[in-house]
Design a protein around this ligand. Structure first.
Ligand code: SF4
Ligand code: SF4
Length: 92
């Protein structure tokens, strides 16, 4: 299962990664401060819960979260588009 790994210390939320994704599985957060996978795409929902509980409320979160993403085709377009080195893709 491909994994999208966000470093929320570095992410600025400008959504370059979401714009670059050819299968549209990344999006901006509601407050526009971060990017994240779309909820329906995330396999490990506990990580999504962590995102909403720990990242969204904090301005200076110290978090790296890994989301299992079944539709990710591992094209690395999101990684190439990120100016902050805040997103990585890994395969198991
Ligand atoms: S491109 Fe990088 S800095 Fe911009 S929203 Fe995506 S992960 Fe965050
Ligand atoms: S690797 Fe490609 S398909 Fe997967 S999240 Fe990044 S841009 Fe989207």
């Amino acid at each position: 299962m491909p994994k999208v790994i966000y470093d929320y210390n570095k992410c600025t939320g400008e959504a370059e990664c979401a714009d670059a994704c050819p299968v549209d599985i990344l999006e901006s957060s509601e407050n526009g401060r971060w990017c994240k996978p779309v909820d329906d795409e995330v396999e490990n929902k506990d990580e999504l819960d962590k995102y909403y509980k720990e990242v969204e409320p904090n301005d200076s979160s110290d978090l790296t979260l890994e989301f299992e993403m079944p539709s990710c085709i591992e094209c690395q377009a999101c990684v190439s588009s990120c100016p902050e080195d805040a997103i990585k893709i890994e395969s198991d």
